[in-house]
Design a protein around this ligand. Structure first.
Ligand SMILES: O=C(O)C1=C[C@@H](OP(=O)(O)O)[C@@H](O)[C@H](O)C1
Ligand SMILES: C=C(OP(=O)(O)O)C(=O)O
Length: 450
């Protein structure tokens, strides 16, 4: 093993460069990987634990900057959260409706999930006043998708850009239940409305055009909410004014983080990696379906249920990938994995088309524009579409000077591409990995074998 060809350099301004220079003798990826806790489930465990009555214990929490943002918002509103670690985090919940008016602006940092989900709770806390903001990236992301349905429930929210951008100010009110047909398949929109409806009288119904991740539904039920799901109608019904009670939550590994190893193992010759304890909730496994279409060699082992969520170990071997079409209803089930799937497509034989993914343009960065621009710099044949990209695979990549655009998923996707590129790649602002996968570079150094 040699670490010298994968290095992380910290600069004077504390920004980091990730430098990957593949040795001429070649590399492969070998070994067993424990991936960090699921980010979506970590947020929800912190949120529900904070607003439930009694104690919640979380095992396997993601120790990344996004869940830290959620924890700090709820601490500022009165929840007692123990020191954050993966073994056991304990929360003394304050009970529904009891969030304290914070003395300062709440800061959701880089996390869209934090901002959009808590907005539903803030809006429904009668007579309390909240202000909430985020970093440069989050302040540019659209919030009207949650503000508009909340306003239909009676919420009072103000923001820049005609009430569409953070910083936001919220005057909590007693809200009314709603039947909301969401125009987009977004778990953040669905979860925001469900959280807002917890204190309303009567039934709230949310439908979505395609099924998005259902972690909120599973966890709300486990905490005692009266909730029913109709997967065929893609609708969720929640009966308001129920109490939530603290629970034990075991957070599975994040399939969105596992995706980097699934693609890296598939494209680097000689690779064989076992990824342990991966959440395989069907609303999240689009990446496995896409890689299967591309003829990747991935097996599921040790399938089991952990708490509310299905879990498996995933084993990936190098394979000769083929191009495919990624579109339609599967998009919400693999939305965060599209940047790394674009990297898989660059090494796959033939053409890959990714479409119906306009949502990628309003993530931490414009992930369509950025992936096309940066992969082009490495020599890839890739065209930007309004709602996706078209890639002709099989053209060898060369190392290049790249930027993460401060987006964690872009950083890690480009690092995977660099593993199969000739020469030296530098990825600037690579500290973005701390959002969802702080151990990414050290794990890379462990599994890459010369
Ligand atoms: O609810 C969640 O935890 C998330 C939902 C998705 O966003 P959208 O709801 O905007 O699709 C996803 O991209 C994000 O990383 C996490
Ligand atoms: C889009 C993401 O997260 P969020 O919306 O919570 O910022 C992500 O993690 O890729």
């Amino acid at each position: 093993m040699s670490l010298s060809f994968i290095t992380l350099e910290t600069k004077e301004n504390f920004s980091q460069d990730l430098i990957i220079q593949k040795p001429p003798s070649g590399i492969s990826l070998q070994g067993v990987i424990q991936i960090p806790g699921d980010k979506s489930i970590s947020h929800r465990a912190l949120i529900l634990g904070s607003i439930a009555y009694g104690e919640t214990e979380i095992q396997g929490l993601l120790l990344g900057e996004d869940p830290y943002s959620t924890a700090s918002c709820f601490q500022a509103m009165g929840a007692k959260i123990s020191e954050l670690n993966t073994i056991s985090v304990r929360i003394k919940g304050i009970g529904l409706g009891n969030l304290r008016e914070p003395v300062d602006v709440l800061n959701a940092g880089n996390s869209g999930t934090t901002l959009r989900l808590i907005l539903g709770l803030l809006a429904s806390h009668s007579d309390k006043f909240f202000t909430v903001t985020g970093d440069t990236s989050l302040r540019a992301r659209p919030m009207s998708r949650v503000i508009q349905p909340l306003q239909q429930m009676g919420a009072e929210i103000w923001g820049r850009g005609e009430n569409s951008l953070a910083p936001l100010a919220v005057r909590g009110k007693s809200l009314t239940s709603i039947c909301y047909h969401s125009p987009i398949a977004s778990a953040q929109v669905k979860s925001c409305i469900l959280l807002a409806s917890l204190m309303t009288e009567g039934k709230t119904i949310v439908t979505e055009p395609a099924l998005s991740r259902d972690h909120s539904e599973r966890m709300l039920k486990a905490f005692g909410a009266e909730l029913t799901v109709d997967p065929e109608a893609r609708s969720v019904t929640l009966n308001g004014r129920t109490r939530l009670y603290g629970q034990k939550v075991i957070v599975p590994g994040d399939i969105s983080s596992a995706a980097f190893w699934l693609v890296a193992g598939s494209i680097v010759p000689g690779s064989d990696i076992l990824i342990k304890n991966v959440g395989v909730n069907p609303t999240r496994t689009g990446v496995l379906e896409a890689l299967e279409m591309m003829e990747a060699k991935i097996t599921r082992e040790n399938e089991r249920e952990v708490g509310e969520e299905p879990v498996a170990d995933l084993r990936v071997f190098h394979s000769h990938l083929k191009g495919c079409v990624i579109a339609g209803d599967m998009i919400p089930r693999l939305i965060d994995e599209i940047p790394v799937l674009a990297v898989a497509a660059v090494f796959a034989k033939g053409k890959t088309v990714i479409k119906d993914a306009y949502e990628l343009r309003v993530k931490e960065s414009d992930r369509i524009m950025v992936m096309v621009k940066e992969l082009k710099q490495m020599g890839a044949k890739i065209t930007e579409l309004d709602d996706g990209m078209e890639i002709t695979g099989g053209i060898p990549l060369r190392g290049a000077d790249l930027d993460s655009y401060t987006d964690h998923r872009i950083t890690m996707s480009l690092a995977v591409a660099a593993l199969n590129a000739k020469g030296r790649t530098t990825i600037h602002r690579a500290e973005a990995t701390n959002i969802s996968y702080p151990d990414f570079v050290s794990t890379l150094q462990q599994v890459v074998i010369q």
